[in-house]
Each structure stands twice: as C-alpha cells, then as structure tokens.
Design a protein around this ligand. Sequence first.
Ligand SMILES: Cc1ncc(COP(=O)(O)O)c(C=O)c1O
Length: 412
Amino acid sequence: MAEYHPKTIEIHGNIKNRIKSGPTSFVAQSTAFEHETAEDIENVLRQRKFGFTYSRIANPNMAQFEEKINLLEEGIGAIALSSGMAAVSVGLLSILKQGDEFISGYSLFSGSYALFTDTFSRFGIRPVFVNSTNEKEIENAINNKTKLIFIETIGNPRLDVPNLKKISAIAKKGGIPVILDNTLATPSLFKAKNFGADIIIHSASKYINGSGNAIGGVIVDSGTFDFNKDKYDDFAPYKKYGSLAYLAKTRRQIHTNLGTCLSPHNAFLLSLGLETLDLRMKQHSQNALALAEFLSTHKKVKKTSYPGLKNSEFYETAKEQFGNNFGGLLTFELESKEKAFEFINNRTFLRNLPNLGDAKTLIVHPASTIYVDYDDETKEKLGVNDRMIRVSVGIEYKDDIIREFDEILNKI
Ligand SMILES: Cc1ncc(COP(=O)(O)O)c(C=O)c1O
C-alpha cells in the first residue's frame, strides 16, 4: 500500500526519494547523456549504477512518468512507450511467440482488434475472441497453447464491464496472466491490481494526458504473475532478474529493440496531466452520469449505454469495481445514420473527433471513422452500429453540456 494518497502521488511522485533542490518542472530534451568516465557508461548499461545513456532506452522524463504511474497502480515497475498501441503491442509480444494463442474480449478498441487480427497473425500468433462478460466462455477457450487473457476494464465502445475478479480466478486456475487495458477507468477509478490484473496497460493519450496534446502509453507489472515456469520457457534468460523478469524482458528484448520509446516532451506533458487525474476523473464521471440520465429519458434517443446507469446490465459489476464513479465515456443511438450525422453537424462547442479522455466534450460517429474499415458483422461484434454516437464527456459545466445535447436533439 502506498503511504500517501493517490491525489498526492499524482502531483509529487516518489516523495521518499525527493531531491529537495532544482527545477519543479523540466524537459530533458536530449538524445543521449554524457558520463564523466568510460567506466560510468559501462556501469549504467550493465545496470550497476542508475543513470541514462540514450533516450531510446530511458530518459529522465520517461522515468519520472513511469515512477508516478507505477506508484498509482501499486506495481513493481512500469515502462513508458510512444503510444497506447505500442503498450499493447510490446506488452503482449513480450509473452507471445509464434504458435501461441491468447484470449481476448471481443469488446475491444479497433486498434487492438486490428493489431491482433491483421498484425499478430502474420507472426503466427492467434487471438481467440470471447465475450469477456461470459466467464464460462473464457474458461472453455483456454488450452495448452493459451498464454494470456487480454481484456479492457470498460470495453470501448460497447461499454460492457467484465468481472475482473472472476476472470482472474479462471486465469490463475489455467496458469496464465491477465493483461488489462485500464485506459477508460485509469488508476483513479480502478485499482486493477486489487482485482487481479497481472499486467496493466494504458493509452496515456486519453485521461492521463487529459488535454489531447500528446500520445503515449504505459505498461505496469503488478508483480502478481511468475513467468518462471515451463510454459513461458523463453523467459529463462531473464530468470536472473527474479520478480522483475517480465519488465526486464519487455524493456530489453521488445521495447528497446522495436524503438517504441516515448519522447521526453510527451512524457513531460503526460506527467503534467497526471497531476490532475483524480479531480478530472470524478468530474468526467459526474458529468457523464448526468448526461446519460438525460439521454436515456429523451424521446429521440433510442438507446443509451453507460455502465453507471442503474438499468445497465453491467451496473452491479461496475459498482463493485469502481464505486460511485463510472468514467466519462457513453454512447447513444438515434433513429438512423442520417440522424446521427445531423446531430454531429449541428454542434456548437462539442468537438467532432476520434479521441477520448480530453477535458473537452468529444463526439464521434464510430462506424464511419474509427471502425470504417470493418464490415457490418464485425462492427456489430465490436459493439458498433451506424446509429451510434460515442461521447467522451468533458469537464465543462454540467448544465452547459446537457443544454447543448438538448438543443441539438430538439433541432434534428
Ligand atoms: C482502450 C484503448 N486502448 C488503447 C488505445 C490506443 O491508444 P493510442 O491511441 O495512444 O495508441 C485506445 C485509443 O483510443 C483505446 O481507447
């Protein structure tokens, strides 16, 4: 357990090791780092001494960001990367190799779905898709080739909420880890480690950044899964790192070699965003609940999905996992695609763009943007249809948001 409250850690990072001098804000915009002696560089590279040599491997801004996220997720270490997709790719490729299978929820961000189906398949790695809210289906999908289970805390954009404790119990029985994409809940709403997530991944471009000004990702190891077993034989050379084997393998064999490093300036922006994460997540959640309640009673809205709505089939699990704050993402459906387009084209301060987690309220028509490459059947499986608008509810004044939705709905 962290000694300080997460609100304090978000701002100060590691207080125990704080150096009480120097700038409170800095960007180490340097490709490489000079050392006094040849011995010094060797010692840093051999990890006998803490330090930095080359920014593709590590950089002070990356390290600061990694430390904060790791403290917030209560992990044993973190790796910051160039994007959320880099985090998903690298986090999984460290475990998977040719001939392996893994289980993934169908309710998935389109980029992860494309990575699993279009890219991993080229390397002989097979995803087995399941309904991640059906534990029996998950259990039945495990076989001796299965190396991990991948799920999203809140499926984007289906907004379903898998029961992590139950899935973790199944994974433990099967001797495999659970990798959780915690982007939509963030460590502010969900202490994923306490519910059994072995590896936690974030697209930091979203709520962690909070202002839509930098792409980044992060992987955190909870330290709860031991890869030192026959099934994970290519971890053998990393046995010497003990409980840090996953982090060492991921950083050295995959992250550094693929060059998926986070830029120092983006790491700085992500750390800055993190300072207000908790405040923002509460506001996003309150505004989203109010908007979801408004939309769910509006006669022109055919369906509203938000896990915080009491009539949502995922409400009980969401409440158990997140308490009273259910995140900032919701979807609603109008009569037709034409009506959805009309809604978007009549906006005033809402932004029409394919992002989420910004302080500003964002709307997008997923079927014709993020999911444009998929046929109707695949879209349906991924939880998308032509009538749907996705809303990333911002932290503006709640009544202004609701008024804008009301005005547009009355106009179309
Ligand atoms: C749940 C989820 N995971 C991963 C990603 C990928 O993140 P990035 O765009 O930072 O690569 C996204 C992006 O929207 C996302 O919503």
